[in-house]
Design a protein around this ligand. Structure first.
Ligand code: ZN
Length: 277
């Protein structure tokens, strides 16, 4: 049995959440500094914590949004580089913090969930499939319902905004998932659909004979991924009926390169926004 599983047996969920909170406070003090800043917890640090997986395929294919990162995780709130990029995209390029919106957040990032829940203008819904294999057991799971993205339990044309990041690469029938997101989104509304992507690949790589966790690590870079999206990801989104907009951190989201370092984000990681016509 893995150590993390043993800990889960000994420490019950609610106590675990408390211990985790205390641990985060200690880490924030230990890593306190000025080099990096987290926009979620508003604290600054001398370094961020490392994060991500390190498999050869990730380097070889330059899978953006995956791989081992030295300064990845905020010591205080555990936001990742991806989360911090999303924050600045939402802040600088959308009015999500200003207008009244009904938002669906699928497989919620903890820090973003807390932020959206705290916004009075947002009517917030969230769901997750709670798949096995994640060590984020002691995350606060309040408000999160059990949800399968290939069968979203809401009516047509229900949401103004959907945020569904790093989900599609886990879903065998990603076409069905995209059609479900399209269905529950209101006309003229938008969704954010981030995935790990290799711009070295013209075509998405998927081989349905690759099924063991070991093989998936070897070929896709993570034990539970079912493909590596390539340059045709945009086309896949268009085939689902969406209009696609791509935002680059350097060109479109940040005005200064210093901020890319300060917030420890990946300058290569584009944001994929889809619009339902
Ligand atoms: Zn933070």
């Amino acid at each position: 049995m893995k150590i993390s599983n043993k800990i889960k047996k000994i420490i019950p969920y609610k106590l675990g959440v408390k211990i985790r909170g205390g641990w985060q406070k200690l880490m924030a003090v230990y890593y306190k500094g000025t080099k990096y800043t987290c926009p979620y917890c508003k604290k600054s640090f001398r370094k961020m914590l490392p994060g991500g997986f390190d498999f050869p395929v990730i380097k070889e294919k330059n899978i953006i949004g995956g791989g081992y990162r030295k300064n990845d995780v905020c010591p205080r709130c555990f936001s990742t580089d991806r989360d911090r990029l999303i924050y600045w995209f939402l802040k600088n390029k959308t009015d999500i913090f200003e207008k009244k919106y009904k938002v669906l957040h699928i497989a919620p990032e903890g820090c973003l969930k807390a932020l959206l829940l705290s916004q009075k203008n947002i009517e917030y819904y969230t769901g997750d499939k709670f798949t096995k294999g994640y060590n984020a057991y002691y995350y606060d799971r309040n408000d999160v319902i059990l949800m399968d993205v290939t069968n979203i339990p809401y009516k047509n044309n229900e949401f103004d905004i959907i945020i569904c990041n790093h989900v599609l690469e886990h879903i065998i029938d990603d076409k069905k998932a995209l059609s479900e997101i399209f269905r529950v989104l209101k006309p003229n509304a938008w969704a954010m659909l981030q995935v790990p992507i290799s711009l070295k690949l013209d075509k998405t790589f998927q081989d349905d004979t690759i099924i063991t966790p070991k093989d998936r690590e070897k070929y896709y870079g993570q034990f539970d991924h079912v493909r590596i999206y390539g340059k045709d990801y945009k086309q896949k989104l268009e085939e689902a009926g969406f209009k696609v907009e791509i935002f680059n951190p350097v060109k479109d989201i940040f005005t200064s390169e210093d901020d890319i370092i300060k917030y420890a984000v990946n300058p290569e990681e584009n944001i994929y926004i889809v619009h339902k016509p």
